[in-house]
Design a protein around this ligand. Structure first.
Ligand SMILES: [Cu+2]
Length: 638
């Protein structure tokens, strides 16, 4: 669309009252009461849904309840979190590796037959090219995969396929490949490349590994989604910077009226690798889509698009163009016909470009700055409007002839969001059977809608009731930086564990009885196996010497829900927190003499304050005699 046409469209939209959603005016007392009741969860009662929302560059995932919007739990993923000892005990330190932050963007619940199966939540790290798996049995991170080879800026993920076969990822940035090769950014077009990655998920364990990759031109891939029904086996991404600019992207990447979105046949990619049509780079089979037809297609999409969302039937794929006042609706059945009939309008580096008119059902004039679209499963779409700061509800095809002539007629409702809404989520939108009922707008700026907390302000989330014809914003809450996307899961669909059963603890260093616990020395290796139980450690004294390597395993032998014990070691930057039935380990080199108390950091009982012990670090060669492999500390509980 030419700029003048864009301006005309904006004027038209304004005339129709579709722009400048503005601020919601005051509501009556009766409306306020109704809104309050709609989101009220009385003390002792429970929310109906989990809201899992990404914490952006905080590196974490947050869990809130819907409809209350109350923060319930933080799941540390890419950054240390002493509250659960994440990043302090050996196992989680190993998972974090050399990184202590990540940039979480798009959580994806695992699916079976295009429905949430309640097993895992996957999240991406845009900054360090990783994917993490959270297990919904214990709401903890169990795997971090990456950095993914040949992939830079893992933003266009994590999009899960209909039976959780793959997490699909596309790169935001392009670099010379393989990583580590240097080329001048001035040679961007020739030397740089982007990548689509298929991360294979083990169907039983959820364990991820890099399956294959598809080499792409150096566009900046943005958001996407995966197919179902008629689009089963396919995936979609928008892109910006098809100009392939390497500097001042604000200007140089917004020159063209349309950018190219990607349509990927991931089953064809999988088959191409099985058929030996890939070449290996950095240990990963890589498909060159110009040499393997049928894996990748392009479609032109309205200027600088962002989201690209498949509807619950799998037939409609909606792209939002940030700089175009309309959403573009692709008809996937027409996409298949165009592919079969080779209805192309040329190619880009050997990748066919599908003819726009042949595959687009219509452009819906929703207003300014459409970003993401979600669905309620009743034929309605909900699009977040970044510039207009509102959510627009509109009707998906099939449209009547009258509607087709004037698509403003399919725009049904709008509700203001404050402020500059980015992502939105409708409960279950990416499944074949959305729950509908609730939509959460995730707003980029709170714009002072809360008590003043200084220059750094939180983001806001707003709960919108979408059960009726008209949307209704009923509640808002403030969030840690920075929510990008979320998933909503019905609470009744999962049964998280309440304790780790003793039988399941396979840690060879777990101790369940006093007789098993103790401290042993082997050369300069001192190993302590401690039991934690209300309200003591056994043993509660560890003797060692400067220069020793100290390993401490603590088992929380409780089998009672919420009976958590901690182990904080004074002046050693150590905190461990063990859930009931869990064993954790830390290792340190002892460098300073002294007597260092350790204590329970997580409130556990009336005598929690008394739950403490001592690490005695003697000067070299001093202290109690410690046998080569015998128990040296007799300082256990009486
Ligand atoms: Cu305790």
């Amino acid at each position: 669309m030419k700029p003048t046409i864009i301006l005309n469209a904006i004027a038209l939209a304004a005339a129709l009252g579709l722009t400048s959603c503005g601020k919601q005016t005051g509501t009556s007392q009766a409306e306020r009461t109704a809104n309050a009741l709609a989101s009220y969860v009385a003390p002792g009662e429970k929310d109906e849904y989990y809201l899992f929302y990404s914490g952006g560059h905080s590196g974490q995932v947050y869990v809130a309840g819907i409809p209350s919007l109350r923060h319930i739990s933080t799941i540390p993923v890419f950054a240390p979190y002493p509250a659960t000892s994440y990043g302090f005990d050996e196992e989680s330190r190993k998972m974090l590796g050399d990184f202590t932050w990540g940039d979480v963007h798009h959580p994806a619940l695992s699916q079976t037959n295009s429905k949430y199966d309640g097993r895992w939540l996957f999240v991406n790290d845009n900054a360090n090219n990783r994917i993490a798996r959270i297990d919904l049995r214990d709401f903890k991170t169990h795997q971090i995969l990456g950095p993914i080879p040949n992939s830079i800026g893992n933003h266009g993920s994590s999009f899960i396929t209909e039976n959780s076969e793959y997490i699909l990822c596309a790169t935001r940035f392009s670099v010379p490949l393989p990583k580590g090769r240097v080329a001048d950014p001035k040679d961007y077009e020739k030397e740089f490349n982007g990548m689509v990655s298929g991360i294979k998920v083990d169907p039983k364990t959820g364990e991820m590994k890099v399956g294959w990759q598809i080499l792409t031109p150096p566009f900046d891939w943005d958001l996407g989604s995966t197919g179902k029904g008629p689009s089963s086996g396919w995936a979609f991404w928008t892109s910006y910077n098809t100009e392939m600019a390497h500097d001042t992207l604000e200007v140089n990447s917004t020159q063209k009226d349309r950018d190219l979105c990607a349509i990927v046949n991931w089953r064809a990619a999988e088959k191409a690798v099985a058929d030996g049509k890939a070449q290996t780079m950095d240990g990963v089979p890589i498909i060159d889509p110009a040499k393997v037809p049928g894996v990748l297609y392009f479609v032109p999409i309205g200027k600088s698009p962002h989201g690209m969302d498949v509807d619950p039937t799998g037939k409609w794929v909606v792209a939002g163009g940030k700089l175009q006042p309309a959403t573009t609706v692709l008809n996937f059945e027409k996409v298949q016909v165009a592919i079969n009939n080779k209805t192309f309008e040329g190619d880009f580096r050997g990748i066919p470009i599908l003819k726009y008119e042949a595959v687009v059902e219509g452009e819906v004039p929703v207003g300014l700055g459409p970003l993401h679209t979600q669905y309620d499963g009743k034929g309605n779409a909900y699009t977040s409007m970044f510039i207009d700061s509102c959510i627009v509800k509109w009707k998906l095809p099939p449209w009547t002839d009258e509607e087709k002539k004037d698509l403003t007629k399919v725009v049904l409702d709008k509700v203001p969001a404050h402020f500059s809404t980015g992502h939105l989520v409708v409960a279950g939108s990416d499944t074949a059977q959305p729950y509908g009922k609730w939509c959460v707008a995730m707003n980029k700026l709170s714009a002072g809608r809360h008590i003043n907390v200084g220059p750094a302000q939180p983001e806001s989330s707003q709960l919108i009731d979408i059960s009726g014809d008209k949307m209704k914003m009923v509640a808002e809450a403030y969030t840690e930086p920075e929510p990008h996307f979320a998933q909503i899961l019905k609470v009744s669909e999962i049964q998280p564990a309440e304790v780790y059963p003793k039988d399941e603890n396979k840690d060879p260093n777990a101790v369940w009885e006093k007789a098993q616990s103790g401290v042993t020395r082997n050369g300069n290796q001192v190993e302590a196996k401690l039991m934690a139980i209300r309200s003591r450690y056994n043993p509660d004294r560890i003797d060692a010497q400067v220069g020793d390597e100290l390993t401490v395993h603590v088992t929380n032998v409780e089998q009672t829900r919420d009976m958590i014990h901690g182990f904080g070691l004074i002046e050693h930057n150590i905190n461990m927190v063990m859930d009931p039935g869990e064993t954790k380990t830390f290792r340190i080199k002892l460098t300073k003499p002294g007597v260092f108390p350790f204590y329970c950091t997580n409130f556990c009982s009336a005598l929690h304050q008394e739950m403490q012990g001592y690490l005695v670090v003697w000067e070299p060669g001093k202290g109690p005699a410690t046998g080569a492999a015998g128990t040296s500390s007799a300082g256990g509980s009486k």
